[in-house]
Ligand binder design. Structure first.
Ligand SMILES: [Zn+2]
Ligand SMILES: [Zn+2]
Length: 333
């Protein structure tokens, strides 16, 4: 079976993606060939194409929020059948042998490979995936609606778990991840406080629609001290702001893969057992838990679809904060 496919390809950092024809890959042992139906556009994709994440394997097909159908099975694959709907996340491969992998922390594996960064991702008609890292995607969701689950949902869920049993929870940056996490948090009986870019009234209104008890500017304090805050905006200055917003014993979770430098701050705002933690990647267990939980909530995603060829436009709008919910690229087939 040979054939060609199209993809949006990153050839170097800080340059537009190129629409290229390439050979359709063949699945090797343990791999599936996935025909992409939809691929979400994640902030991490921006950090990759903008050169802030410095080790992409070029030329690269970005994209790690992939929904597609199994179109070919490599040797030994029994887990899925052809035509079955699968999701492909950021975590594409781990060694299975290191101390992290053997202690339930494969998200920290130093040999890990990542979809749309060190492995070709979903900004194309097809991609290869290691079958062990794919998820079945159930529920009545359309492909585009389900795509943001694969990162905004999964890593959002992991960041929410890092917040422990916090009841009052602040979300800084109300984009793709926060709009999912807000719904899960509410389902779990928590109160959501949404912090948006100063003046972004649309984002504040969107947060209130999704059940936030309060929405305001990220340079304001909340009406009451929070038990935890999760930062989705990649803005280091929000770390001290969030520390000031959480009560003693509270946690500030940094959920992104990249952030601008954190300005120095007085020890006083960390003292009294406040914590700052980061979230790195995901484990397969996060994915399984979240994908089972989402239809129960039920989480509804707000997506804007664009054809694959308009990936640069989707990235530009994400960079400028001109999106409500998540952007999702769709392929013709
Ligand atoms: Zn490992
Ligand atoms: Zn992502």
């Amino acid at each position: 079976m040979t054939g060609s496919m199209h993809a949006m390809v990153m050839e170097r950092a800080n340059a537009p993606l190129a629409y290229r024809e390439m050979d359709r890959p063949e699945p090797g042992p343990g791999q599936v060939l996935v025909k992409v139906a939809a691929c979400g556009v994640c902030r991490t994709d921006l950090h990759v194409v903008d050169g802030e994440l410095t080790e992409p394997v070029l030329p690269l097909v970005p994209g790690h929020e992939v929904i597609g159908r199994v179109a070919g099975l490599g040797k030994g694959v029994r887990r899925f059948r052809e035509g079955e709907r699968v999701g492909v996340p950021w975590l594409g491969w781990t060694c299975g042998e290191c101390g992290y992998c053997r202690s339930g922390r494969e998200n920290l594996c130093e040999a890990a490979r990542f979809t749309g960064y060190t492995l070709n991702g979903g900004y194309g008609d097809y991609l290869l995936a290691d079958v062990r890292y794919c998820f079945p995607v159930l529920g009545d969701y359309s492909d585009a609606e389900a795509a943001p689950f694969l990162c905004a949902g999964l890593i959002g869920y992991r960041s929410l778990r890092m917040a422990g049993d916090a009841r009052r929870i602040g979300l800084y940056g109300f984009g793709a991840a926060a709009h999912i996490v807000a719904q899960v948090a509410r389902y779990q009986g928590r109160e959501v406080y949404a912090f948006v870019r100063p003046g972004d009234d649309k984002a504040a209104a969107f947060a209130r629609e999704l059940g936030a008890v309060w929405a305001g500017n990220s340079d304001e304090g909340p009406p009451e001290p929070l038990d935890a805050a999760i930062l989705y905006a990649p803005v280091g200055a929000l770390v001290p702001a969030a520390l000031r917003a959480v009560a003693p014993g509270g946690t500030v979770v940094c959920a992104g893969i990249h952030m601008s430098d954190i300005p120095s701050f007085p020890y006083e705002i960390l003292w009294r057992e406040r914590k700052v933690v980061s979230v790195a990647n995901l484990t397969r267990q996060d994915g399984e838990e979240f994908l089972q939980l989402a239809p129960k909530v039920p989480v509804e995603t707000t997506v804007e679809t664009l054809p694959l060829e308009r990936a640069d436009e989707a990235l530009a709008r994400l960079r400028e904060g001109r999106l409500q919910g998540a952007a999702v690229l769709t392929t013709g087939g």
